[in-house]
Write a protein of this length. Structure first.
Ligand code: TXA
Ligand code: MG
Length: 346
């Protein structure tokens, strides 16, 4: 296999303030890539009109070139350069959820390079809720493409430290805006021929989308393994994602059955909900009835598990309502689409 050498550079972490945001914008304007906080996860940003800068993103992350990048804008007027047509349902969704954790995939203009779109004729766009992100975009005065600022395949970063752990030596600057509010990536929908398809569940729930545009299609790859013989609607689903090095085993069951199950395992480690008593070492990833609290903790816990050199993690399956669908999607993918259901066992 060909390995690509990434030359080591000094990576600075700067707290978000007026001076550092201006510095970030200057770096973006001079062809550099910068890790920036958003309300969902940290992103690795480049000026979308600078192909050489965009290439640096793929190199720093080790990202496959056919996986398109989301374009982040600060103001709705920036859409005009990027979108060939903003269909009525796209407009309704943008009005309802921008700024916010919703990416809308629509037909692109020529201004969006194939490098950014991964060769597709569409582009994913969002206006982030985070004021820090929007300020950086405004100061740079260009749309920025930004995938999550992790090494390809690892859990997305929800703090500046997570970015540093993955990309130290590969990027010049990380803007530290604290922990991300949402904790999992944006919801991605495509709006093509006025039909709304959910490609990746995230901060905006299916119910919220339907309340605005009526019926939506949920792409089957949201919860099931992509068919290797078919081209997925969202290229990202082909790639291993969100995975710690540890093996993730997702278990649907009562707490009692979960405990009985792990007792049969050697040296088990568990990811459970707050205040749950389990028969082995464990970490909690939020309140069982509060999906947002789980979203905020999930990626951090997956990273912690690796720091502890855990080999196998048995995970209590989350509720899939609301934002829970996004959490379930990340976990089922980390578990390579396998789950164990103990509900029917006596
Ligand atoms: O919350 C987020 O969306 C974060 C922050 C930084 O904004 N970004 C993020 O980007 O998660 P990334 O690159 O890690 O994930 C983008 C996902 C990928 O699965 C990609 O395949 C999909 O969005 N995507 C992007 N453009 C697309 C397009 N034109 N058609 C279909 N899927 C697209
Ligand atoms: Mg990502």
């Amino acid at each position: 296999m060909k390995t690509i050498e990434v030359s080591k550079i000094l990576t600075e972490i700067k707290k978000a303030d007026k001076t550092s945001l201006k510095y970030a914008a200057d770096l973006l304007n001079s062809g550099e890539i910068v890790a920036i906080p958003t309300e969902t996860v940290y992103g690795l940003a480049a000026n979308i009109y600078d192909d050489e800068a965009v290439k640096k993103i793929f190199l720093a992350k080790g990202r496959p070139s056919d996986n398109p990048l989301i374009v982040h804008i600060s103001d709705f007027s920036m859409v005009n350069d990027l979108a060939f047509e903003f269909e009525p349902k796209a407009k309704l969704l943008a009005e309802a959820f921008w700024p916010g954790p919703l990416t809308i995939v629509i037909k692109k203009t020529k201004a969006v390079s194939n490098l950014v779109s991964g060769g597709l004729d569409t582009v994913g766009i969002r206006i982030p809720e985070s004021k820090i992100t929007r300020d950086i975009i405004r100061l740079a005065n260009v749309p920025v493409c930004a995938p999550s600022a992790n090494l390809s395949g690892t859990p997305s970063p929800t703090s500046a430290q997570h970015v540093f752990d993955d990309l130290n030596g590969r990027i010049p600057l990380i803007i530290d805006g604290g922990n991300c509010d949402v904790g999992i990536e944006s919801t991605v929908v495509s709006v093509l021929n006025n039909c709304v398809t959910l490609l990746r569940p995230g901060g905006i729930t299916p119910e919220q989308l339907s309340n605005v545009v009526g019926e939506i299609i949920i792409d089957k790859n949201v919860i099931s393994k992509p068919d290797e013989n078919l081209i997925p609607l969202s290229p990202g689903v082909k790639y291993k994602h969100y995975s710690p090095k540890a093996k993730i085993v997702l278990i649907k069951s009562s707490l009692e059955k979960f405990n009985q199950f792990i007792l049969t395992k050697e040296n088990p480690f568990a990811l459970v909900f707050d205040n749950e008593k389990v028969e082995c070492d464990s970490l909690s990833y939020g309140d069982i009835n509060d999906s947002l609290s789980q979203a905020r903790l999930l990626f951090q816990r997956l990273r912690e598990v690796d720091k502890l050199y855990i080999k196998t993690v048995y995970v209590r399956c989350p509720n899939t309502d609301g934002i829970g669908l996004g959490i379930y999607n990340r976990l089922i993918r980390a578990a390579n689409y396998e789950e164990i259901s103990l509900w029917n066992q006596l």
